[in-house]
Design a protein around this ligand. Structure first.
Ligand code: SF4
Length: 548
């Protein structure tokens, strides 16, 4: 036995914990290039350079740190060069993958648009974006083929009607998801739009919150009609037996390569306190969030390490200076609510929810929606977090004319289960991280299933992603398809998908939201995908129990 005063061997010495780059613990020096970019210059400042310099120099004059870093804070990402296959995504340098055009994300918090705003977006798409427009699953509209030279004019037009691209991307508070039927739903007890508006006014574009460890996603809705379980923060309507209606706070959800469902903090927040509590949670994340590795930087990692009890303690003591009231959990619906079809509003009018195919739209189509809504007396349109669109305030006698008008322009208010439940991310057409094509495959899949299984009578969700990043929420679909390269029967590497089965966000009594099982061996080439999904559906129909 070694004498007690013998020096400790290196192996026996307690290991010093490695810092995670948390500001609150004194780690202010950037630990990776992304943190460096943010520290060197607040990304919000790049707007002035775009307007004063880059709009005149064009693409070639853009500083690379602005181009691939700070531009995102204004909704701009470089676009994938056409013709580069998915096998080269991981091996090429960023500048080899991109062309001189941009994807532009317009933030539409709560998915809420007036007809005038929709028309401006449609015109911008037609004039500057080659008529592209995708409805995203974060209630944004995404345009492509945008040139930096056109950005000053695009911002001028957007801002003239109260729209922004501020912090539409980047390590900052992204668009706030909200109920597409806020203020008109017969099931809603409190309309939280005022809280969303206050957050936008007070904090979006505020340099104090524009350098977070990574993106920060929010949902505020009375109804469980957003994917609140996979947001960094969510406020969900709940009736407290003593205090009345308020909101249940959830934190720490997120998908991507390390999926985690949000957890309830266990508190009840009245409507007027939402902005303060939101700011406090963002503060905890900004100061204690991990900044060493981007793959561990989302709030979910901090929550996983701390646990909810410590998170609540720090939130209350260090950021709010008071304790929050304990609260009950909300009653949850059996399945996600997508608002497709014709529904009564609180005021007796109707709203109509219609589906494009996999969120693909165009400036031309959006312009026609604006015309149609206006011609039939509506001034309000909403986007949903399921890549769908609603026309509000429709009088009873205008319902069928609008339903047929939407159908004529490619939007279906009475869609098949396939069209209703299929979503796809941007994919290889424009996304630099993509490995496979998604939108066109999704369209092809829906067409085939509609042809072969037209009367499929069950709700089904099919989410198609172009890479492991889960922008289309692969892990929480009945059938989640994660883009990857796979071997075909001839031993050639081709586009394909890994299949996740049985995920979902329904949370009725006794059920829990959960991730689909990733079946390692279960892969399909893109070519065999439609037949594969058809077989899965038929097997389900054969095997289901009565009432299932
Ligand atoms: Fe791009 Fe991947 Fe996100 Fe699809 S999931 S949009 S391919 S990053």
């Amino acid at each position: 036995m070694a004498p007690s005063n013998a020096p400790a061997t290196p192996a026996a010495r307690p290991r010093k914990a490695r810092g995670e780059g948390q500001w609150a613990l004194g780690h202010r020096e950037p630990l990776n290039p992304n943190e460096r970019i943010k520290k060197d210059d607040n990304p919000l400042n790049v707007r002035a350079r775009i307007e004063n310099i880059y709009a005149h120099t064009g693409f070639a004059g853009i500083d690379p740190q602005d181009l691939r870093g700070r531009f995102r804070w204004w909704g701009l990402y470089t676009q994938r060069k056409a013709g580069i296959d998915g096998g080269r995504t991981a091996v090429l340098e960023p500048h080899e993958l991109e062309d001189e055009f941009f994807m532009l994300r317009i933030r539409i918090d709560g998915g809420s648009l007036t007809v005038a705003q929709l028309r401006v977006i449609a015109d911008i798409s037609k004039e500057f974006g080659r008529d592209t427009a995708d409805l995203t699953d974060r209630q944004n509209i995404q345009l492509h083929w945008i040139r930096v030279e056109d950005m000053p004019e695009i911002w001028r037009r957007l801002e003239a009607v109260g729209l922004e691209t501020t912090e539409a991307c980047g390590d900052c508070p992204r668009i706030v998801l909200g109920s597409p039927v806020a203020g008109v739903s017969t099931d809603e007890v409190i309309d939280p739009t005022a809280a969303i508006d206050t957050i936008l006014e007070r904090y979006i574009g505020d340099p104090r919150y524009s350098n977070l460890p990574r993106k920060f996603k929010t949902s505020i809705s009375w109804l469980a009609d957003t994917p609140y379980q996979v947001q960094d923060i969510a406020f969900l309507g709940v009736d407290h037996p003593e205090y009345g209606p308020g909101f249940d706070l959830w934190v720490g959800g997120g998908l991507s390569t390390n999926p985690r469902l949000a957890e309830r903090v266990g508190v009840w927040v009245p409507l007027n306190e939402i902005p303060d509590v939101w700011e406090a949670v963002v503060g905890v994340y900004r100061d204690y969030g991990y900044r060493r590795l981007r793959t561990r930087a989302r709030l979910k990692f901090l929550i996983a390490d701390w646990g909810i009890t410590k998170f609540r303690e720090v939130l209350e003591k260090e950021y709010l200076g008071r304790t929050l009231l304990d609260g009950p959990s909300a009653e949850l619906p059996e399945k996600p609510i997508d608002h497709i079809g014709v529904h009564k509003q609180l005021d007796g009018a109707n709203y109509i929810g219609a589906a494009p195919v996999v969120g693909r739209s165009s400036g031309t189509q959006l312009g026609k929606v604006a015309d149609l809504a206006q011609a039939h007396g509506s001034d309000r349109v909403r986007l949903t977090p399921y890549q769908k669109l609603l026309v509000l305030d429709v009088a009873d006698d205008q319902v069928e004319p609008i339903v047929s008008g939407l159908r004529e322009i490619g939007l279906e208010a009475r869609p098949s289960a396939w069209r209703r439940g299929t979503m796809a991310c941007t994919g290889i057409e424009y996304c630099k991280l993509a490995i496979v094509e998604t939108k066109a495959r999704g369209e092809e899949l829906v067409a085939r299933l509609e042809e072969r299984l037209r009367d499929f009578d069950t709700d089904i969700s099919i989410h198609i992603n172009g890479c492991p990043n889960a922008c289309a929420r692969t892990q929480v679909a009945d059938i989640g398809l994660k883009g990857m390269l796979v071997m075909n029967p001839h031993g050639e590497q081709v586009e394909g998908f890994q299949v996740h089965l049985g995920g979902g966000l329904g949370m009725a009594q006794g059920q829990t939201a959960g991730f689909g099982r990733k079946l390692r061996g279960l892969k399909a080439t893109a070519e065999e995908l439609p037949a594969y999904v058809e077989r899965l559906a038929l097997r389900y129909l054969d095997g289901r129990t009565p009432g299932e």
